[in-house]
Design a protein around this ligand. Sequence first.
Ligand code: HEC
Length: 161
Amino acid sequence: MDENTNLPEQIKAVYRSLFAFLIAFCIIAIGLITYIKNPNLFNNDSKSAETESEYVAIPQDDDFDKIENGIHVRTGFVEAEGLMETVNNCTNCHSSELVLQNRMSKERWIATIRWMQETQNLWDLGGNEAIIVDYLVTNYPVIAKGRRSALTDIQWYELED
Ligand code: HEC
């Protein structure tokens, strides 16, 4: 008789463990399905699949970095040492025009780069920084503004009434 009175308790225990097993199974299944559908959800790396799939490759044919008359056609930069370092690092966020319309001393170029790094998410240029700054200072130096040279060979004309 002792066994009989214990029977409902045993059944309850079986049900309880079955129930616990079912819940555990559901949790694991949901986790697995979520992981299979989006593996990057569990990736702590901030660069998720989303940013990778948004990356659009720029088609590059033979003309992409064409140089014509000493000018890099795509950007307008003059061909000189450091051209590609400058093209690759300085035309990603804004047009090359923004670079070209500025003429600065070495210190001002470095200060501009620091400003972009501090406020505009410009990356650390590493060893390219010196190459880029040299390229800019050499090819786009500050033009001393002074009195213009005297005009020669002028064809004067009379104003009519
Ligand atoms: C991460 C993005 C980014 C990159 C890469 C970048 N810049 Fe800029 N830069 C900016 C932003 C944003 C501005 C502000 C644009 C504006 O005012 O419209 C700016 C402005 C400038 C200006 C104008 C500054 C002024 O005082 O008006 C110059 C010159 C310049 N950048 C040169 C460069 C050079 C040289 C490089 C390569 C070393 C470079 N940029 C790379 C983001 C960038």
